[in-house]
Design a protein around this ligand. Structure first.
Ligand code: HEM
Length: 490
């Protein structure tokens, strides 16, 4: 499949129309901003001063690894930080206490998703992750929950085992070592087989490529302030005129992800979950989700973070191998039933999820009514971003937080908290619906790689006198870790 970026070409009529729309949109914003009405005298939470009365913080929000900036800002302004982007109110939640209160206890009023996604700019407007909280979402979420709840995920074990073994075999037969492509193969193939019942044999097939392209193109999409421009009245008309090249380039990619496997699966009719989703409504296309292939990216991000961490911390790898050899015997490959007897491997998994969460600022929640928190006012329609990074890098709870240290998760009684406490999977009612399948996929991949491989640093891994700069290996939007830096010796 070749995906072509269509160059922006507007004729003069389009341009005149576009300018007219822009002017009318700006005047509406101006009026709105001048008449910002509040039915309360309560203040907004603290935040950096607004640089411009009309625009608020528009264009000033950090876009490169912003979770680091927000964590830094919380030292000055407190854990709840407020920004205004045009007329959109944005709140960054930097502590576990805040997310527990605002996304947990207040879940009834803080579990919507931002609407701009639904403004027909993107073909994934009908994805359940971005749909307005309501009847359809409730049904989709129910199906996801039913299909992926803790009690039933063991039905996916055979698929996960088969794909992980294939992955190990590919690595063993290919001396070129590990690449992000092979990891993508692994995660994508597991998710696509589970959701669509299709077998993706090689990364050269359309879907994983398309998923990777979509993530590369959309790396910034979930960052605060990225899509505020979509709240400008009539802006979707400008988008339709082709004003925004990103939409034009990303649309065919998302369509390929959604329609490619969907069409195939319709022919094959083997995907059990797909059939279950179809049963919700006859209008199946509207109720299916384009995320299965994209969520594979999150799993890839976690597994590649694990590989990266092992290449930087050989002592951790040695200790894990010792545990596996002592408990299972040399040359044995771990199974799911071994999980409880391998606490150090479990601690490595927990540390991967803390050290470099795949979505450092989660997925935004939106309030459906005004909230008051500790005397501060959060208007209806506000966007709430949980700074997952800041929670996992809180020095009081995790001393020396940038260090990859699985020991910090080991308790005297040998137990681990429920996976719902892993911040990387989000919070409240909109917590990741696929967390149990993600959890088992990532764990089995980690355990099997540790049992069969030695992960070493390759010579071309760039480092300075102060060591490897970990952040160089992650994108600014947080989605992705480039693993091509490590080699695997079998
Ligand atoms: C490392 C792997 C993964 C991570 C870190 C992750 C993380 C997240 C996060 C942070 C959210 C938003 C939670 C919130 O709003 O607070 C989310 C939502 C979601 N995830 Fe995942 N996810 C992963 C894998 C998966 C997988 C494998 C699936 C599907 C099988 C999945 C399905 C979903 C769905 C359907 C939602 C939307 C839930 C809703 O809006 O109600 N995720 N995920």
């Amino acid at each position: 499949m070749t995906l072509k970026i269509i160059p922006l070409e507007l004729n003069s009529l389009d341009q005149i129309l576009a300018c007219a729309l822009l002017i009318s949109a700006l005047s509406i914003i101006f009026q709105k901003a001048l008449h910002v009405t509040r039915r309360t005298s309560l203040p907004y939470p603290p935040g950096p001063p607004t640089p411009n009365f009309l625009l608020g913080h528009f264009g000033k929000l950090p876009m490169k690894k912003p979770w680091l900036d927000y964590m830094e800002l919380s030292k000055k302004y407190g854990d709840l930080i407020y920004f205004r982007n045009l007329t959109q109110h944005i709140f960054i939640l930097n502590s576990v206490e805040l997310v527990t209160d605002l996304l947990g206890k207040q879940a009834r009023h803080s579990s919507d998703r931002p609407l701009p996604f639904s403004l027909t700019l993107f073909p994934w407007k009908d994805s359940s992750v971005t749909m307005i909280h309501g009847e359809v979402v409730a049904k989709c979420f129910k199906v996801f929950h039913e299909s992926f709840r803790a009690a039933v995920v063991d039905k996916y074990y055979p698929i996960q085992i088969e794909k992980v073994y294939n992955f190990l075999r590919t690595l063993a037969s290919d001396q070129l070592g590990l690449s992000s492509h092979k990891l993508l193969d692994l995660s994508e193939s597991i998710m696509i087989t589970i959701i669509y019942g299709l077998n993706i044999v090689s990364n050269n097939e359309d879907l994983p490529q398309a998923a990777k392209s979509a993530v590369d193109a959309g790396d910034y999409m979930l960052l605060p302030g990225y899509d505020t421009w979509k709240t400008i009245p009539f802006v979707h008309i400008l988008a339709k005129l082709g004003f925004f090249p990103l939409q034009r380039s990303i649309r065919p990619i998302i369509t390929a992800i959604k329609e490619g496997p969907f069409q195939e699966a319709m022919k094959a009719m083997v995907g059990t979950l797909l059939r279950c989703l179809l049963s919700i409504s006859n209008n199946f296309q509207q109720k299916t989700d384009s995320r299965p292939s994209l969520v594979g990216e999150l799993t890839v991000s976690a597994i590649s973070t694990f590989i990266f961490a092992m290449s930087l911390n050989p002592h951790v790898q040695t200790k894990a191998k010792e545990e596996i050899n002592n408990v299972l015997g040399v040359g044995k490959i771990p199974r799911f039933s071994d999980r409880e007897s391998l606490p150090y491997v479990e601690a490595i998994y927990r540390e991967v999820m803390r050290w470099h969460p795949a979505l450092p600022l989660g997925v935004p929640h939106k309030t459906t009514q005004a909230l008051v928190y500790n005397g501060y006012y959060l208007p209806k329609g506000s966007l709430l971003f949980a700074n997952i990074w800041a929670m996992g890098h809180n020095e009081t709870i995790y001393p020396n937080p940038n260090q990859f240290d699985p020991e910090r998760h080991l308790r005297h009684d040998g137990t681990f908290p429920d996976i719902n406490s892993i911040h990387a999977y989000g919070f409240g009612r909109r917590i990741c619906a696929g967390r149990y399948v993600a959890d088992t996929t990532i764990w089995i991949a980690i355990a099997c790689v540790l049992a069969t491989m030695d992960i070493t640093r390759s010579n071309d891994m760039h480092s300075s006198s102060s060591g490897v700069n970990v952040e160089d290996y992650y994108t600014d939007g947080g989605f992705w870790c480039v693993v091509g830096c490590s080699t695997v010796i079998i």
